[in-house]
Design a protein around this ligand. Structure first.
Ligand code: JDN
Length: 228
């Protein structure tokens, strides 16, 4: 998978060199490239923003630098996906992470200020697939932090990335329920015992207990995830 990121804060993404994304790059499964949006400005102040048509607070990102930056990345490609982090985007889920993990080329457009001129999404929407995605129902200062989260969620799902693929199947959200609670040694810690069933060696009872814990947790914390 090829990952391109366009941002006015390219140095933000130096952490991609470490952690799991770094490992994916070492294995040759992922290559990442960061483009400084300001490289596609031509005035002395390297201006990327301007006041909004129709008035209102804040500034809007000018379309021309975005157009040139993304053109320089995709060329005449038609199979790339342009991911645009936005609080107005579709909520990002594990299912979307799975879809995007199957793509060859992802381009992340990290906006700042009040966002990017809508014509950038409209223009590239007629050339490639555009996915406005929200990290959650809260507002960040820009798309960079959301992009880091998307990249981590997506790249760990690339085949060959995680040592034991079973550990991916058992985690929260993969089966639509929250994860069951986990325990390790010691058996007794600060007067708290590991649940007896987990020490019973009865694998059917353990599986049933874990499923019940998943359902109870999901009911209590995320009832929206449960079927009717
Ligand atoms: O995901 B976010 O909250 C988000 C905020 C901004 C953005 C992109 C994403 N661009 C400007 C603010």
């Amino acid at each position: 998978m090829r990952i391109d990121i366009v941002s006015i804060f390219p140095e933000f993404f130096s952490v991609l060199d470490v952690s799991l994304v770094g490992k994916a790059r070492q294995k040759g499964l992922v290559s990442t490239s960061v483009t400084d949006l300001r490289d596609f400005t031509y005035d002395v102040h390297r201006t990327v923003d301007d006041s909004p048509y129709g008035g209102g607070a804040g500034m809007v990102m000018k379309p021309e630098p975005w157009g040139e930056a993304i053109d320089s990345i995709i060329g005449d490609e038609t199979s790339a996906v342009l991911v645009v982090p936005s609080p107005a985007g579709e909520p990002f889920t594990q299912a979307i992470a799975r879809e995007l993990a199957a793509e060859e080329h992802l381009v992340f457009a990290c906006g700042r200020y009040e966002g990017i001129d809508q014509r950038v999404m409209d223009h590239f929407g007629s050339r490639i697939r555009v996915r406005p995605l929200s990290l959650g129902d809260y507002v960040l200062n820009g798309g960079e932090v959301a992009t880091m989260a998307f990249i981590e969620a997506i790249t760990r799902l690339i085949p060959g990335m995680v040592g034991n693929p079973e550990s991916l199947v058992e985690e929260s959200h993969e089966d639509g329920l929250l994860e069951y609670p986990s325990y390790t040694k010691p058996q007794l810690w600060r007067e708290l015992e590991v649940p007896e069933v987990l020490r019973s060696g009865n694998h059917a009872a353990i599986a049933a207990w874990r499923r019940e814990q998943q359902i109870e947790r999901t009911k209590a914390i995320r009832p929206d995830l449960l079927p009717e």
